[in-house]
Design a protein around this ligand. Structure first.
Ligand code: GNR
Ligand code: NI
Length: 172
């Protein structure tokens, strides 16, 4: 397994719309393994493939906190088929927007349909942090970052700060 470089804003790759996966093959499984290792290494709870420069509709999530209690979830081609009208607020962060946090409102429950690690069609009802995290990751598949929900003033301020740190290099 390989720890990959996580792209950070501003980076035009993060703004592209990821493509549907035709079939979950070993190439995708290797990518998911690498994404999981990269996410654990960065202490994140979720990661979308585009964050490591791969524009495929693939997400990994693990809300389990203890090292010996990992609960990795893999979502390929996820689609939200139902979401609650009721919103909930979480303080969100993003590995592609380092050291920045903001309270974001999102539906507090959603049902997602997807293919799992084996390529089997699955459906999952989510709430709480998992619902928020899935929606955050699915935004990445559309090229959307949580800072896009902030005022232009706040967003521009964050992007300006991030621009002053090191630019990204894509490691192949
Ligand atoms: O690690 C992460 N924490 C987090 C906290 C609140 C809401 C969403 C997230 S996802 C984030 C990792 C990340 O950037 N995934 O794309
Ligand atoms: Ni993110």
């Amino acid at each position: 397994m390989t720890i990959k470089k996580i792209l950070t804003e501003p980076n035009k790759f993060l703004r592209q719309v990821s493509k549907k996966v035709d079939e979950v093959s070993d190439v995708e499984r290797t990518l998911m393994d690498d994404m999981l290792e990269t996410m654990y290494d960065a202490n994140g709870i979720g990661l979308a493939a585009i964050q490591v420069g791969v524009p495929k509709r693939i997400i990994v999530i693990d809300l389990g906190k203890k090292e010996n209690k990992n609960m990795p979830l893999f979502f390929v081609n996820p689609v939200i088929i139902k979401k609650n009208d009721k919103l909930t607020t979480y303080e969100e962060g993003c590995l592609s927007v380092p050291d920045q946090f903001a309270e974001i409102d999102r539906p507090n429950k959603c049902t997602v349909e997807y293919l799992n690690y084996e390529g089997k069609k699955k459906m999952l009802d989510t709430d709480g942090l998992l619902a928020t995290c899935i929606q955050h990751e699915m935004d990445h598949l559309e090229g959307i970052l949580f800072i896009d929900y902030l005022s232009k003033l706040k967003r521009d301020y964050i992007i300006k700060k991030l621009s002053k740190s090191k630019p990204d290099r894509i490691v192949v």
